[in-house]
Design a protein around this ligand. Sequence first.
Ligand SMILES: C[S@@+](CC[C@H](N)C(=O)[O-])C[C@H]1O[C@@H](n2cnc3c(N)ncnc32)[C@H](O)[C@@H]1O
Length: 737
Amino acid sequence: MVGRNEEKARLALSAMKKLGFGRKQATPVLKRLFRLFDRQWEPIEEDSYRALAEAILDDQLLQLHPQSQPQPNGGGNEVPGQEEEELDAEEPEISTPDRPSTTPPFRATPQSSSSFRAPAPPSGPTAFRATGTGTGTAGGIVERGLVLAPALNDGAQTTPSATALLTKHKHKHMMDAEFQQPAFFFLKHPKPEPPEPQPVDMDASGCRDVQPGLILRSRNLNLASSSSDLNALPPPDRNPHHISGSDKNRAIQHHSRNTDMSVEPTSSSTLINGTGSQVQEIDVASSPGGEVKLSLKCSADPSKLKMPDLEAVYKMVEDKYLCSDKLLPPDFSIPGLMAEICQSVVQMGTQHTMTEHITQSHTVGNGSTSKCVEGGSASSTPAPQPHLALSRTTHDVHDISRGQENVKIPIANESGRGKCPPSFSYIPGNEVFQNGIVNISLAHIGAQDSCADCFGDCLSAPVPCACARVTGGEYAYTPGGLVKPEFIDKCVSVNRIPEVHHKVFCKTCPLERSRDKASPEPCRGHLVRRFIKECWSKCGCSMRCGNRVVQRGIRCNLQVFSTGNGRGWGLRTQNALPKGAFVCEYAGEILTCVEVHGRAVENMKNNRYTHTVVLDAGWSSGGSLKDEDALCLDGTFYGNVGRFINHRCRDANLAMVPVQVETPDRHYYHVAFFTSRKVEALEELTWDYGIDFDLELGPVKVFECLCGSKYCRGSRRHRQRLRNGNGNGNGRSRIEG
Ligand SMILES: C[S@@+](CC[C@H](N)C(=O)[O-])C[C@H]1O[C@@H](n2cnc3c(N)ncnc32)[C@H](O)[C@@H]1O
């Protein structure tokens, strides 16, 4: 085993050498990651050692700015050498080629029962660096979510188990940051009571005239703006693959026969372009065997024609449409368009059969009929409404958003008869519940935060505008409407290996304060996140500007489906999506942390879980955050499709990015999901919630994770191993102090 590790380490170090990182620099980081990843090499080796390279870079950065590294636990200065020594004292398995394997470089350190208590929070808005000593669970991810519940601060009474020691380590990960990550809360509470009038709590930061629960606006901006802002756009195309031709281009419609397909009458349309110089003819032929063949005829001067590469042609047309009209989804492709045409031909051509199918399906309430009904609705005959037959839900299985999104989002239920997702009110954007303050006044937006002088599409301007400042002077988006791969990779890395990224600690954490106002627990830390700032109301560009993606709403074809494996409903994409594509945001009620906690306290006996995302990315800005500025999004009762995204440990295919759409005030932002890799058609979309599965020891039970990932840290088996102190299955405790 040691020999194998030596070989693996040698390869890793040599890969790092090729990137310009010396052995001295890379070795301690490698050891840290190795331990962090539960002695698994796979996540280290993945993507050509990306995690390792990033961790080394992080180290380098932090060494360049040592002033940004105050110590967790209020200790003295920690230097890499010391850190390595500490690691060496704990890890018995890995040795690198420059250290003889006969000398165990790590040794287990016993922990006292009190040691897992969180350290005192840092004394100011200070910066910390990851020590990397946090121990991962299977797959190496230290749980980093938060569970908001009345009695979570009882760590002192908890047996000093391996799990608790893990918690202690999490508290050690203190880092510098300007941003932090949201986390899911898992709560039980009933439906919210009608809001009662609350006294206005004056805000010293310039919001004295702000009423609780009020969205400040200086003109008719709507927080739930995805759809309202989109009014400026041409009417959304229900079928984003559909490109409509103008009537004046449609010169001839005629029927012909296609000998290849032999037999059935076919249709053909001839299109003449604007200049009339070229004729294109599309033939559609069908055979008695049910085959349909489409063919496209173009005429050109034969002396000049040299058949181009078809891929290059696709690319040219795709580029043309993607660049000129961003209403097309990022996965738009010419072959996809052709497939869509075929599908529509079959759908329209078999409409009679489908209608019969729909009628039959009603009786079993099978949600898979939603697609068929959509096909049926293309005719002038009103489509039957399957949800009426289901009767237990108000959801429209054709479109759960009921027309509030750019695209229809059908519900498919392949595994359960007559079942529909639980009842909730669909809102495409966030809405304040009661006391949260979201300041989106125009006065709040300075000239330096917008591009009043821009026109059209900022991405085509020779120099990036002021709106790219947040992302280092470059736009996060490509002209094709995707988040750039480097940006998304960084976001993924923060998710996957939070320990090597920055974390900030509040002076007094609003989350902890909401649990126990009198004596709040120390802050557990908030992960640093990179923000995207889109062009907004004060910008001069158009709504089609490439720096407006999230605010234009959902563009891809999503589907809510029943997972059928104990995880309830999930969300999937109907088409393949490239890496970096915007999927949807997590929309819900905007609540203060206190309000969320209030719901939990009042309703602990209710068996309903609530899923709340904490908007903690702006909490590092310094000072003590007021309760009304510490916001969460709760999609339980009012939400969008984001509420159906299930959790997957570590290798989820979505990355969460905080996106500023209305205000530079980072207490409020949009929680946007982008694909972190290419996603296949009908693949489930998942997000790593960052749950602390350990907190099942508390009064609120976190669900047992059924994500199926090999890195799962929340399965019963995994947690049982933790309890047994046998994290890696080889008799050695994975959780070390
Ligand atoms: C935000 S909701 C996701 C949608 C949910 N599946 C539904 O049917 O409404 C989160 C809840 O889904 C379930 N869930 C999500 N991911 C899961 C997983 N990996 N394993 C088991 N249950 C999961 C849990 O019940 C969790 O409380």
